[in-house]
Design a protein around this ligand. Structure first.
Ligand code: GLC
Length: 438
C-alpha cells in the first residue's frame, strides 16, 4: 500500500520592512527603464532595415559611380543607394524606364535622365516636380541649357548633374607630321583625312556615330548646324529636314563613307566603338563627347591628341549638341525625401569634383569649369564653358522620342544607301510634320 504523507508548507511571512521595499521598487524601476530604452531606441536601430533608393543607369557610368555610392551609403546608414546597371545606350535605358512606368509602380525611386527624356516623362506624369525643393538662386549656379532642359510647363523635373557637348578629337602628332593645322571646315576635314590616309599614316580619316540610335540624332544636329540647317523649330513647330541644308548635311556623311574617309562599318558604330578605333590609333579624327578625353589620355595615343569645336561650312558656325544627365524622382516612389537626399549628395561640389576628376565628365555647375583641381587635369575646361553655353538643342518637344526615331530611321536608310538623301529626308520631314500635328 502506498502511504500518502501530508506535506506541510511553511511560509514565513515577515512583517513589511519599508527600507528594503524602497530598494526593490527602485531596482525594478531602473530595470524597467533600461529595458524600455533598449526596446525603444537600440533595438529598432539594430533591426530596422535601411530605406533603399533604387536607380537604373547605363552600365559604363554605373561602374564609374561605385566609389560615390559607397561613400553615400557609408555616410547614410539608414539609406541604401542601389544601382541597377542597364545597357550602354540611352534609348534602351529610356525604354526600360518607360516600361517600368507604364506598368504602374516603378521599381526605381530615382530617375537618372538624359536631357532628351524629360519632356516625355514629365508630360506623362511619371516624375515628381522638384520646384519646391530647389530655389531659382540655387539653379542659377548651373548652365542655363541644362536647367531649361529639365523644365516642363514651368516646373523643374530634372536636377542637372553633368553636361555634355559634342566635339572634334584630332591627332596632333599626325597633323604635325604633314605640317597642317586642325580643320575648321567640312572640306578641310576631308582633305586632311585623305592626305593622312594616302601617306599611310593612319587607316581611317574620320569616325562618328552612324548606328541607328539616339547618338545618330545627336551627332546629326551638329552637322546640320554646321550647314546652317535645323530639325524642328520648337516655337513654330516648323520642320527643316527636307531643306537643302539638311540634305547637304546627309550628303557630307555619306561622302565620308563613299570616299573611304570613314570605314563602312561606321553605320553600326555608337560612341564606344568610335572611341576604341580612335584610341587604338586607327582614325585621325573623331566626333564624340568629352568623356573620351580621360580614357584616351590613358591609352596609346596619350599626349598625341587634342579637342576642338566641330567643323562647319565656312559661312556657318560650329555646332555642339547639348547632351547631359541629371536626376529626377519617380512620381510613384514611396521614398521621395530619401531620393532627394541622394540628389543633394550628388550635388555637393566636393562629390562632383571627385567624380569629374576621375571620369572626365563635364560638370553642369558653371563654377566648376574654373575649379583649380579640375583645370589642372583638364586644361580645356575654361574654354569648353563657352562651347557648352552655346549649344545646339535637340528639339525640346514632348514627342521627341518619336521624332528622333523617325530621323534615325531615315538617316540610317540614307547612310546605308537604301534611299537617296533627298528621298530619305523628304520622308523624314513628312512623317515628322504628321507627328507634330497629332
Ligand atoms: C550622351 C549624351 C546624351 C545623348 C547620348 C547619345 O550620353 O549625354 O545626351 O543622348 O550621348 O548617345
Amino acid at each position: 500500500m502506498f502511504k500518502f504523507h501530508a506535506i506541510k508548507l511553511r511560509i514565513n511571512i515577515r512583517p513589511p520592512n519599508s527600507k528594503s521595499q524602497g530598494f526593490w521598487l527602485h531596482f525594478g524601476l531602473a530595470i524597467a527603464t533600461f529595458v524600455g530604452i533598449i526596446c525603444l531606441a537600440v533595438l529598432p536601430a539594430i533591426t530596422q532595415q535601411p530605406v533603399t533608393v533604387k536607380v537604373l543607369i547605363q552600365a559604363l557610368e554605373g561602374t564609374q559611380w561605385e566609389p560615390l555610392v559607397e561613400d553615400f551609403n557609408n555616410e547614410h546608414p539608414n539609406l541604401r543607394l542601389e544601382v541597377v546597371k542597364g545597357p550602354n545606350n540611352t534609348n534602351l535605358v529610356e525604354d526600360l524606364y518607360t516600361s517600368a512606368f507604364l506598368l504602374g509602380d516603378s521599381p526605381y525611386d530615382l530617375v537618372y535622365m538624359d536631357i532628351v527624356w524629360v519632356q516625355k516623362f514629365a508630360a506623362a506624369g511619371w516624375l515628381s516636380s522638384l520646384s519646391d525643393r530647389v530655389t531659382e538662386t540655387q539653379l542659377d549656379a548651373y548652365l542655363e541649357g541644362d536647367v531649361n532642359g529639365g523644365r516642363y510647363e514651368g516646373k523643374l523635373y530634372r536636377m542637372p548633374f553633368r553636361t555634355d557637348g559634342g566635339m572634334l578629337y584630332y591627332r596632333t602628332d599626325l597633323l604635325k607630321e604633314i605640317g597642317a593645322e586642325p580643320p575648321e571646315t567640312f572640306e578641310e576635314l576631308m582633305t586632311l583625312s585623305n592626305t593622312l590616309q594616302e601617306q599611310e599614316l593612319v587607316p581611317w580619316g574620320y569616325v562618328w556615330q552612324g548606328k541607328q540610335y539616339e547618338g545618330l540624332s545627336a551627332m546629326f544636329t551638329e552637322i546640320l548646324e554646321g550647314y546652317g540647317g535645323f530639325w524642328i523649330d520648337a516655337d513654330t513647330q516648323e520642320v527643316g529636314l527636307d531643306k537643302p541644308e539638311a540634305i547637304a548635311a546627309v550628303e557630307f556623311l555619306r561622302d565620308t563613307i563613299s570616299e573611304g574617309i570613314s570605314p563602312p562599318g561606321v553605320t553600326t558604330y555608337a560612341e564606344e566603338e568610335t572611341r576604341r578605333l580612335f584610341q587604338n590609333g586607327n582614325s585621325a579624327f573623331l566626333r564624340n563627347w568629352p568623356y573620351v578625353y580621360s580614357l584616351a589620355s590613358d591609352s596609346e595615343i596619350a599626349g598625341k591628341f587634342a579637342i576642338k569645336p566641330m567643323v562647319h561650312q565656312p559661312e556657318h558656325g560650329s555646332g555642339a549638341c547639348l547632351g547631359g544627365w541629371g536626376f529626377g524622382i519617380s512620381a510613384s516612389s514611396d521614398n521621395q525625401d530619401e531620393a532627394w537626399t541622394v540628389i543633394e549628395y550628388f550635388s555637393r561640389p566636393e562629390v562632383q569634383i571627385k567624380y569629374f576628376l576621375e571620369t572626365g565628365y563635364v560638370p553642369a555647375k558653371t563654377s566648376l569649369f574654373n575649379d583649380p583641381q579640375l583645370v589642372a587635369k583638364f586644361s580645356y575646361l575654361p574654354d569648353l564653358l563657352n562651347v557648352v553655353q552655346n549649344p545646339v538643342l535637340r528639339p525640346p518637344v514632348a514627342q521627341y522620342a518619336q521624332a528622333s526615331d523617325i530621323l534615325q530611321r531615315y538617316l540610317s536608310a540614307a547612310l546605308t544607301g537604301s534611299q537617296t538623301p533627298e528621298q530619305a529626308m523628304q520622308a523624314a520631314a513628312n512623317e515628322t510634320r504628321a507627328l507634330l500635328k497629332r
